[in-house]
Write a protein that binds this ligand. Sequence first.
Ligand SMILES: Cc1ncc(COP(=O)(O)O)c(C=O)c1O
Length: 388
Amino acid sequence: MKQSSLSNIVQPFHVMELVKQADALEAEGKPVIHLSIGEPDFPMPQPVQDALLQAVSAQKSRYTAALGLTELREAVSNYYQTAFQVDVPARQIVITSGASAALMYACLALINRDQSVLLADPGYPCNKTFVQMAGGLPEFVQTQEEQNFQPSWEDLANQWTQNTAGVLLASPNNPTGTQLRFDAMREIANGVREKGGFLIVDEIYQSLCYDQAAQSILQLSGAPGPDTPLVVINSFSKYFGMTGLRLGWMVVPDALLPAIERFAQNLSICPNTPAQWAALACFTPETLAICEQRRQIFKARRDFLVRELPNAGIELHSTPNSAFYIYAKAPYNSENYCRDLLEKNWVCAVPGKDFSQYRGDEMLRLSYANSMENLELAIERIHQFNCG
Ligand SMILES: Cc1ncc(COP(=O)(O)O)c(C=O)c1O
């Protein structure tokens, strides 16, 4: 059948092949431990579950405004004030179907056909797709393990050309579990502004950080002014454990709001209505306390893996201090290594290929969205596999 050229551009997730193999092994009764998972292993917080059920039984299931429920936009605005001491007016907050829709709308509103967009490598695989769907050309900027896989303004400026429209970054990042330093973020924001480009900062893992307080670029810049081409992306998926409810948000400069609203109206009409009502329960002290407890659990797991991985033959040269990922060098070609580790010792880690154009074959991603008991077992098995 004839298909569009866009359908040929979209890349598959190579990791899915490995996960299929892991599923087949599990079906044979092998006790596979997944270090492959990109979502919290905790259930949705109870107050959010209760609010969701309440919303459904109160028939709160009709379309909302395309930009989201006013109540939820106000709640997110209050959250920026209380958690980050930044004043972000509710009108600049747009509720979306996950960070995914927010990234798509931002790219559609900011990129012209054949303009290039700088993306940090390694990074979230779908970012290049969002850029391509908007007609842009993803341009990967290689980052170094010793710099926590985050680009400096110098790295970005070196690849900036007449054709560059802007930069899309994530901090904390997936697959690296590392953050941009505040001073580096400031330099990047200033550099991009001087070049007249846009800056999209994905803060989806913002509150899952373990060595310092959560931060937002908005603490540096304040809410984007009418002509400041800064868009901040966030989500209820990770910190609030609501991956399947498909809800996120974006902070948008006033001048961009009408375009974002038109994209939202046309592409999804509105975000999931019961999920929006449920998300109002995220900002209660009860839910925030549950999320904080979970953050502490993630921290203990991170500490354990950072301590034990080198003893098990996996060296780390970066400081994974956020999200729930560790990105490390595989002992040999990462695709072969991950396949062998899965087949022989039933640990499913993810090769770097999906995340990196440059060193994907060398690197692997380990997720600690799994119980401490399973992580301990995984370390034993990795040790046995690597060290005999
Ligand atoms: C860096 C990053 N951005 C965006 C997303 C998409 O998240 P959402 O579930 O909010 O659409 C993910 C999901 O894994 C991610 O890792």
